[in-house]
Design a protein. Structure first.
Ligand code: GLC
Ligand code: CA
Length: 545
């Protein structure tokens, strides 16, 4: 058995302030989350990824941090947080937190000090330029919401660099004090008991910004250094990075090329995310097959984190313009559903028209492709979005627990409105109702995740496309490890199909369906394996002898 827990984890991402409010002030909090840990345990998730929990002016939903060594008072106290770690641990759930150290809030005392005087000890913690850098209108991450990457600070009378919003000045990674401080932040939270970090914006953290150079060098070795530090402080801690970079750069985030995984353990697979959404839009698995084929080989221990939805827009920027248009036409036809010219700000259920069969299909596919699945809160009940909210807030609405007022999220005035429309609003879509219904999407997720735990090949083994003559919409893939082999069929289109799998029959030992969209007839000799439109089959081909 692999002893790397993250390879067999099911990660659940949530924002505490929209999850569960315990004291009626309208803001979700740590105690509220503690009260829902039993729900998460039953669902079968093994690791929580908490969106930023630190004190913040809240201009980027917490990704603008004011103090790295505390918990935002609106969410609770450090004491509550320690209690959360303990209670989650009792249920076998690990907790990782967002590590947002590319930048701070402009309200952070470091920046306030840095701008105030050239003699400030923090002056060199940020990135400054005397005159307007010629590339200041390049490299914006949020086009439309952000006009430049360098802004003039009137107090310092200097230009400062901010890869993201203007109120998020970048820390200067070239400064050894900053490098040490980042380690200290990691050490602090590891000491409290977190299992690791979801590292925000990694390519930008290590960017050694030079004014006027839009392709500034990156210090990859800092990642080696940080990994070593983190591992020494807590042997099984993991780093899960957001690094949405060109495919040929990806492996350098996992290791220095000498063959070992000595940098980041896990990277979100943005490539696969785009291809997966494209495949769903086209009802044809070809993009996924290609993505599997083109996946770079990772050093042992390196792992992908798969996802369909996260807290940001679905980023389609790595698709061609035609492919992007196709996805927009299918899943985000109104301009109001799109964001930054590259993405979709919707949840999956509304994107798929609330079609239960397609939702199961999509999540079955994500969870069976290689890597560690990451699930965004609310997706397990098929929550909708609120397009009347600004930007990414559309998909950051409160969790829908019941049909009590405000979906049971709060007894007060919720920080963001709870979704109320007929199809996806809390009266129709909520935990309590689905909890009592064995045929609900929630019950399906519980069953699916439980089944995944019986199939460790998926997370820890290899994943390959099985090249059999399959009808157009059907993907056949397999997961292999020393524990055995799983075979998966997914039919991305509406048409029922029959697949000839006789070429793999020789390997089968007591094969059987362990999860499927319906009861299928006995597999026989695999010559005619039926798969319904939008259907899926998880077949245990053999266990290791
Ligand atoms: C990452 C986060 C995003 C945030 C940005 C700036 O991309 O996922 O939500 O706005 O970093 O910190
Ligand atoms: Ca509260």
């Amino acid at each position: 058995m692999s002893d790397r827990w993250y390879q067999k984890a099911v990660v659940y991402c949530l924002d505490i302030d929209t999850y569960a409010d315990s004291n009626g002030d309208g803001i979700g909090d740590i105690r509220g989350l503690i009260g829902r840990l039993d729900y998460l345990a039953r669902l079968g998730v093994t690791c929580l990824w908490l969106n930023p929990i630190h004190p913040t002016p809240g201009r980027d939903d917490g990704y603008d941090v004011e103090d790295f060594y505390n918990v935002d008072p609106r969410l609770g106290t450090l004491g509550d947080f320690a209690e959360l770690l303990h209670q989650a641990g009792n249920l076998g759930i690990k907790v990782i937190i967002d590590l947002v150290v590319n930048h701070t809030s402009d309200q952070h005392p470091w920046f306030q000090s840095a701008r105030s005087s050239p003699d400030s000890p923090y002056r060199d913690w940020y990135v400054w330029a005397d005159s307007a850098p010629p590339d200041r209108h390049q490299g914006m991450v949020f086009p439309g919401e952000q006009g430049e990457t360098w802004s003039f600070d009137r107090t310092a009378k200097l230009w400062y660099y901010h890869r993201f919003y203007k109120f998020q000045p970048d820390l200067n990674i070239k400064n050894p004090e900053v490098r040490e401080e980042i380690k200290k932040i990691c050490a602090f939270w590891l000491q409290l008991g977190v299992a690791g970090f979801r590292m925000d914006a990694v390519p930008f953290i290590i960017e050694e910004t030079e004014p006027g150079n839009p392709n500034s060098p990156k210090d990859m070795d800092y990642l080696t250094d940080l990994r070593q530090f983190v591992q020494w402080r807590k042997g099984d801690a993991v780093l899960l990075a957001e690094a949405n970079v060109e495919p040929d750069q990806l492996v350098t985030f996992f290791g220095d090329g000498a063959g070992s995984n000595n940098r980041i353990h896990m990277l979100f697979d943005f490539m696969l995310n785009g291809q997966l959404v494209l495949a769903l839009a086209r009802q044809n698995p070809e993009p996924v097959i290609q993505a599997l084929r083109e996946t770079p080989k990772l050093p042992p221990g390196g792992q992908w984190a798969t996802f369909l939805r996260n807290h940001d827009e679905i980023d389609l920027s790595r698709l061609t313009a035609d492919q992007r248009d196709q996805v927009f036409a299918e899943f985000g036809p109104d301009e109001n559903m799109q964001l930054y010219g590259r993405g979709i700000r919707r949840r999956l259920a509304p994107m798929l028209g609330g079609d239960r069969r397609r939702l199961e299909l999509a999540y079955s596919l994500q969870f069976t492709l290689r890597g560690t699945p990451v699930l965004r809160y609310g997706e397990e009940i098929g929550m909708g979005d609120d397009l009347s909210l600004e930007g990414r807030d559309a998909i950051r609405t409160p969790m829908q627990w019941s049909d009590l007022p405000n979906g049971g999220f709060t007894s007060g005035d919720p920080i963001r409105p709870v979704v109320t429309d007929d199809q996806f609003g809390f009266h129709a879509v909520n935990v309590t109702r689905q909890r009592h219904d064995p045929t609900s999407l929630l019950s399906w997720f519980e069953r699916m995740i439980r089944t995944l735990r019986e199939a460790p090949e998926v997370g820890a083994g290899t994943c390959t496309h099985v090249d059999v003559p399959a009808p157009e919409g059907v993907l056949v893939h397999r997961a292999d490890d020393h524990t055995g082999t799983m075979l998966f069929l997914h039919n991305l289109c509406t048409k029922d199909a029959v697949v000839d799998l006789s070429s793999v029959y020789a390997e089968a030992e007591f094969p059987n369906d362990v999860l499927a969209d319906r009861e299928y007839p006995d597999l026989g000799k695999f010559a005619e394996v039926p798969i319904a439109g939008y259907g899926y089959r998880w077949i245990r081909l053999r266990r290791s002898s």
